[in-house]
Design a protein around this ligand. Structure first.
Ligand SMILES: [Zn+2]
Length: 299
């Protein structure tokens, strides 16, 4: 009888100190791709929310009181950096807790410059070069390391939990990267041109052996100039496979791409760049979808 009492007491203690029933770290990210990376590492020890909802464009985001409240509750904030989501800083100035921690996932990566000059006035937000590092998997592994460090700093008690999940996720990303490299080898050299609406694909092109990533606008907040449109009509006219890619979060951009495809008798496909969706809900799914689309369109 006495032994049973002791074991009941032990059970009670284990339940009380079990970290799962403890405090979950409140994390806020600027956009949905970072939200997924944090969720993969943070598991059930974090509550993570993205300020920009899935399917919306993070470049032109205008924060509302809803996002100010989210920032006010965050213990850890994760942004991309590189000029991509600077609007967070203004929001934080007014709303963030004094002891909250801010991590720029891309800090330390070297930005690629834009391929060529564009219509003036469309690059004021992008003076740092292309900020879309995550479209190349090794860069996302760098992000995951930065995110893991941020989580460990904000919640040291959960360090081994985060580090274990981080290692497992990075293994999955290494496999993903090898798979993408293998798939892209199916695309003949002469077809290795990615024509998109906005300049998001320079790291994907560099990492996976595409000759060029051509685009209409540097920043999707700007409208393309007639000169930009004429340049792409010329380029596509000289290609034996006239393929263009729209991006689901850029509705007005898609209209321009549809018009261009019609003008050159080309085919329009979709690539994900800045946002996940309800159908494509993780980073890994997004990269697989993009790879399958590139192979189907350009093989
Ligand atoms: Zn973008």
């Amino acid at each position: 009888m006495k032994r049973m009492v002791i074991s009941l007491v032990l059970v009670a203690i284990v339940v009380v100190v079990s970290p799962v029933s403890g405090h979950e770290l409140q994390v806020v990210t600027t956009f949905s791709i970072l939200e997924d990376l944090v969720q993969q590492v943070g598991g059930d020890r974090v509550i993570v929310n993205s300020l920009v909802p899935r399917g919306s464009d993070p470049h032109s985001w205008e924060p509302t009181p809803r996002e100010a409240r989210m920032v006010a509750q965050a213990e850890l904030l994760i942004a991309n950096g590189g000029g991509f989501d600077d609007w967070l800083l203004g929001l934080m100035k007014n709303a963030a807790k004094v002891d909250s921690l801010l991590v720029f996932a891309s800090q330390g990566l070297e930005a690629l410059e834009h391929g060529h000059a564009h219509g003036e006035g469309d690059d004021h937000n992008h003076h740092h070069g292309d900020p879309h590092f995550w479209l190349n998997v090794p860069n996302s592994i760098f992000y995951v390391d930065q995110i893991t460090q941020g989580l460990v700093t904000a919640s040291p008690d959960d360090a081994s939990y985060f580090q274990e999940r981080s290692r497992a996720y990075i293994e999955e990303l290494v496999e993903l990267d090898e798979w993408i490299v293998g798939e892209c080898e199916k695309i003949p050299r002469e077809n290795r041109v990615i024509v998109t609406y906005h300049n998001a694909f320079s790291y994907l092109a560099e990492g996976y052996g595409f000759e060029v990533a051509e685009f209409l606008v540097t920043n999707p907040e700007a409208e393309p100039s007639p000169r930009d449109l004429a340049r792409l009509v010329d380029l596509l006219g000289g290609m034996n496979k006239r393929v263009l890619f729209a991006e689901p979060q850029l509705t007005s951009g898609t209209r321009y791409m549809q018009a261009l495809a019609k003008e050159v008798g080309g085919e329009l496909y979709t690539l994900y760049s800045d946002s996940l969706s309800t159908e494509i809900s993780t980073y890994v799914e997004m990269m697989k979808y993009n790879t399958r689309t590139l192979v189907e369109a350009l093989e």
